[in-house]
Design a protein around this ligand. Sequence first.
Ligand code: OAD
Length: 231
Amino acid sequence: MEKIVILTGAGISAESGLGTFRDEGGLWAQHRIEDVATPEGFARNPALVHGFYNARRMQAGGADPNAAHTALARLQRDWPGEVVIVTQNVDNLHEAGGATRVIHMHGTLSGALCASCEHRWTAPAEMSVGEPCPACRAATARPDIVWFGEMPYHMDQIYDHLAQAGIFAAIGTSGQVYPAAAFVHEAIAAGAQTVELNLEPSVGASSFDQTLLGPATQIVPRWVDDLLGRR
Ligand code: OAD
């Protein structure tokens, strides 16, 4: 059975109460990317950056998965082929909704990373400046989040999955951040059918075979029902 590769973005968690980045009033309207989501911003003002991610960690910790997350978990369980979820999101709502194969290409809020020795551990609820790394003791702990200018995680694995995709879906992502925005082209090159599910057409909507518009909690369960119905 065809392999399904699904790319998700902030829009899938919006109805769980987590703000998106580029919608009106979104996170990037309230904070400057250069200040809170770059290595240079962290070097300049680590307290500001920790404060930003501490707030997001607390908000995400109080959020519940929605019908779109649980529908994708159901697809992973019931589809006879492999279903790989690649997410740009740093929350854990796919896993909380029951998904088992989730690749976090932009890291996770639940992780801490030592900028000196690359040791990883579970982040405390509140990270603070000067926190020592449990492995090398350097005071260089940072959130395990991929910032602008850094290479997203697990790229080799993701490109391998895309090269084998029979169906590729992009859900709740504006298609403005690379390399994720170009995954559709990898999938097309592999001969996959492509579908975008979003509140409104993304900047790359014309690249997809099909576009399904609406809130994720409505359109994703319907899409999953259709897929499972035609197998
Ligand atoms: P964006 O905020 O750029 O885009 C969110 C998309 O979700 C938009 O296209 C919205 O139309 C759509 N959307 C909003 N509410 C929705 C709903 N209820 N149902 C379905 N769709 C909805 O977020 P991303 O594309 O995820 O990276 O952003 C990509 C990356 O840019 C993020 O991972 C983050 C950010 O900067 C880093 O921080 C490195």
